[in-house]
Ligand binder design. Structure first.
Ligand code: BYC
Ligand code: FE
Ligand code: FE
Length: 471
């Protein structure tokens, strides 16, 4: 097991103490990060005591510690999962070779690009969510928001560690640029589209943590298979934190739906009491699910093929031995692609379809989550079921972009789309209404009227625990 240095200015288990050059570089970046947090992170509440979990180690049990912390005092640390001795590359062209502990020259640019793209999303999400604290529907939810925010900050640290350690001067430059691009900025936006979308309401937040953080899970899991060992170990540990982010989303969406369904069951129009109708929730799901599907890139991608071939990015759970052909050279991926005004069958060599494979696994996971919400609606006796849109619906990346589809994946004309897209995607009226529901509730154990209380609190505390202190 690695030794964890918790006393250091930057808590870590990577032996920073003994690497003076790296330590100096990271300690130089640290004030820039803190300044970014003040300028672009949560727009307030930095002086409140928040009941937060902090990563303090990488062991299976007991890797985190809960206590009241002011966010700027959060101990952002660098933690890598423990290495596996004599680990070999287990997919692609370099199968059987020892994993890299330094950057292989021929893959340097591609690797840097993957790490920068991953890193860029982390601070982006904090920027997107920066004003939400003001309308938190409860102290419990406010705590969840800030928990997610500080951990996305730590994920940025994780990628910056890799850039500083393995990419020399251009790595340091990329690390600085992480704090210079900003979500939604017209001159220097974040790299991927979903991370430039505004998150103005808690419905957007819970959709984002359900659907966009879940892309994070699948991307991180593929990078955790990497033949570049430091990347594999960093992302493995990030996944332990990611689970809570997705849980926040699933739980939040479930509670908003539960509240609406209770009202419907009782014959009350949700909009008459500041709650959110199920059909409107579905439109938000359609928006964020489709925007998040874009994060997988194109279904047919030579970038993806090369990342796989070189051993940089594997398939989901590649290491569990669930794929027959570890080189992915023997089979093809079947899909329907647009050709004029209809769909035709196409075969894509498997390596080029890596993004599509990962997207399929992702969508199946989203369907599982929606089925849990649906079981609750059923229990309440409400005749409504959420649906995850088809991977063709409302896409801006990949083979389906520039074509129009219904959420069920049926191809339609532009004029049909113009007539009907307000049935499927949030309209300005929806957005204004949802915004009008956002009221701040600061009394422990109380919740805004559009959201049900959770069934339990955090870390075995009660639901009415004082998760955020207002002195
Ligand atoms: N928006 O070959 P293609 C997370 C670009 S989330 C804008 O089809 P490729 C988190 C692409 O860059 C996980 N541009 O796809 C969640 C390329 O540009 P160039 C983040 C896009 O490259 C919540 C061109 O289109 N991690 O952690 O195989 C909170 C053609 O691309 C988009 C990663 O993404 C888009 N949506 O796949 C906090 C992992 N999609 O090269 C955090 C690292 C594609 O022509 N990234 N493009 O200039 C990757 O593995 C890949 O870069 C992607 C794209 C999967 C994103
Ligand atoms: Fe993250
Ligand atoms: Fe996350």
């Amino acid at each position: 097991m690695s030794t964890v240095d918790l006393e250091a200015k930057i808590p870590n288990n990577v032996g920073l103490r003994d690497n003076k050059r790296l330590l100096r570089a990271l300690e130089k970046w640290q004030p820039a990060f803190l300044q970014w947090w003040r300028d672009m992170g949560p727009s307030d509440f930095n002086m409140n005591d928040i009941y937060l979990r902090t990563a303090v180690g990488v062991g299976k049990g007991g890797w985190a510690h809960f206590d009241y912390v002011k966010m700027p005092d959060y101990r952002w640390g660098i933690f890598l999962a423990d290495g596996v001795e004599d680990r070999k590359i287990h997919f692609g062209d370099n199968i059987g070779a020892s994993v890299w502990s330094e950057v292989p020259g021929e893959h340097r640019n591609r690797l840097r690009r993957l790490i920068v793209t991953q890193g860029d999303t982390e601070p982006a999400s904090v920027e997107q969510q920066r004003r939400l604290g003001h309308t938190a529907p409860s102290l419990y939810d406010m705590r969840s928001l800030f928990q997610v925010n500080v951990e996305e900050g730590r994920h940025l640290w994780a990628m910056v560690y890799l850039l500083h350690t393995y990419f020399g001067a251009d790595g340091r430059e990329e690390a600085e640029a992480m704090l210079d691009r900003h979500s939604g900025d017209s001159d220097s936006p974040r790299i991927l589209e979903a991370f430039n979308e505004p998150i103005d309401t808690w419905l957007d937040f819970f959709c984002f943590t359900t659907f966009t953080d879940r892309d994070g899970k699948y991307q991180l899991a593929s990078l955790a298979e990497s033949g570049f060992d430091p990347l594999a170990r960093t992302t493995q540990f990030m996944l332990t934190e990611e689970a809570y982010h997705m849980q926040t989303g699933e739980n939040g969406m479930g509670r908003i739906a539960h509240r609406a369904a209770e009202l419907v069951r009782d014959g009350v129009d949700p909009m008459s009491v500041g709650a959110i109708p199920l059909e409107m929730i579905q439109r938000y799901i359609n928006f964020w699910a489709s925007r998040s599907m874009d994060l997988f890139g194109g279904e047919d991608s030579t970038n993806a093929a090369e990342s796989f071939a070189s051993g940089l990015k594997g398939r989901y759970r590649e290491g569990d031995g669930i794929y027959r052909d570890a080189r992915a050279l023997e089979s093809a991926y079947q899909m329907k692609v647009p050709d004029g005004d209809h769909l035709v069958d196409r075969e894509i060599p498997l390596r080029r379809a890596m993004n599509a494979l990962l997207l399929d696994a992702y969508r199946a996971d989203c369907v599982r989550i929606s089925q849990r919400w649906n079981r609750d609606l059923q229990k309440l006796g409400v005749d409504f079921q959420f649906e995850i849109p088809s991977t063709r619906f409302n896409r801006n990346q990949g083979v389906y972009s520039h074509y129009r589809f219904t959420p069920q994946g049926e191809m339609i004309s532009e004029s049909e789309w113009t007539k009907r897209h307000h049935e499927w995607l949030p309209s300005q009226k929806d957005r204004d209404y949802v915004k009008s529901c956002m009221v701040a509730v600061h009394e422990p154990g109380k919740f805004a009227n559009y959201i049900s209380p959770p069934s339990m609190g955090v870390n075995e505390q009660s639901v009415d625990f004082e998760y955020v202190k207002f002195h």
